[in-house]
Write a protein that binds this ligand. Sequence first.
Ligand code: DMJ
Length: 508
Amino acid sequence: MHLTSLSLSLTALSLVSPSLAYPQYRTERPLQDKVALSRADTIKEAFSHAWDGYKKYAYPHDELHPVSNGYGDSRNGWGASAVDALSTAIIMGNATIVNQILDHVTRVDYSKTNDTVSLFETTIRYLAGMLSGYDLLKGPASDLVKDASKVDKLLEQSKNLADVLKFAFDTPSGVPYNNINISSHGNDGATTNGLAVTGTLVLEWTRLSDLTGDDQYAQLSQKAQSYLLSPKPSSNEPFPGLVGSHISIETGQFTDAQVSWNGGDDSFYEYLIKMYVYDPNEFGEYKDRWVAAADSSMQHLASHPSTRPDLTFLASYDNGNLGLSSQHLTCFDGGSFLLGGTVLDNDDYINFGLDLVKACHETYNATLTGIGPESFAWDANSVPSSQKALYEKAGFYIQSGAYILRPEVIESFYYAYRITGQEQYREWIWNAFLSINKYCRTSSGFSGLTNVNAANGGSQDDNQESFLFAEVMKYVYLAHSEDAAWQVQRGNGNKFVFNTEAHPFQVR
Ligand code: DMJ
């Protein structure tokens, strides 16, 4: 009998039992509860440390500069770190921080900024942060708030923000501009929009329609998405499901056939399967497109370094050539295959996802800091002489050694842990966290690093991206906390689905 067919969630009990679903990944002995609990407390302390520093030196600006104790406004000055931190503070049960953020949200004026607005970044961080807060605080975390009107304000502000942004879709095709001026209703004059920034709106804007009962937001995002689901011309879909990188704003047609799961393309593929989790009845076509992309990727993009044939990365593809380089961003791919594999009950996707996870782990395991680089490659003909030893041992060499507090590797470890129950993946998460705590931590927060493969990480870059709160802290904490409605589940039991910024949305 198949465990997932019983719709059982991954409970503490199932963690100590061998997995019936994937017998080759028999669950190992779990951490003692006390150890997991004390780790969870350590992670909460790290989150509070970052929050206190942000609050003291940067709030209400977007992000803390955690070395100089200054601030930045890279996301329009609406308090990006506060809004991005909300769903993690809820999941950690920190009522004090939750209520501080709710007060902040009531005060933001989303109609005002002097800077260009990114439709994508604003959607995944601000709109999603508020919608997720609403879903969690109306649902399983309702006990954290005394004044329910503050929760209603989250939805009201979500609608206000979408109403400010929605003119971006007013183009001949309905494919939006990404870089817009909300005062003049202008744009940056682009003729094309990117695959990821076009295809990573549909979950958030559809959720907004479902919560408000106003269908316009779902319609706008799904119209844009329709060009990505039925790509034209067919030459720009070189393998079934794998499409080019840019779409004409005028016509909705793809303008190239450059394929990858790297930054710029990544979360388009991520959302295909997540929309199916959100509603398998309405979004079956999205699932079909994810299946096509996943099958084609396994067949055409899977690539093994000559020195480490046991590792699997996803190459890019352009006009008959494979590009043998990848990115930290791309390491969400293991998690996507694992999620697809578990909801579709397909062991091939699970196994391939675990292969991708293993290779991304190697990018952490092989560096001096235990943190992986921003970008790396495995082209045997182009290995820099200074990195021959690294390529020999680890199967990759570093192109950019920066680390800007990105989550993707830990994110995929989290999916691997939840779906297989194997303790090894939680250990990998914990080791990554220890390295981040050691090298990135400052007196007021956490900083990015300039070189993960230098002693002490090179130097600290003095920036604390808001996704440190939304993603890194959340995934590490979730792996060490008890089962809950918002946790990723094995099989079809997911009650929430995470947007690309790790904000959980209640499924339909
Ligand atoms: C986040 O904003 C999201 O995870 C997005 O999908 C990619 N970039 C950052 C984190 O790396």
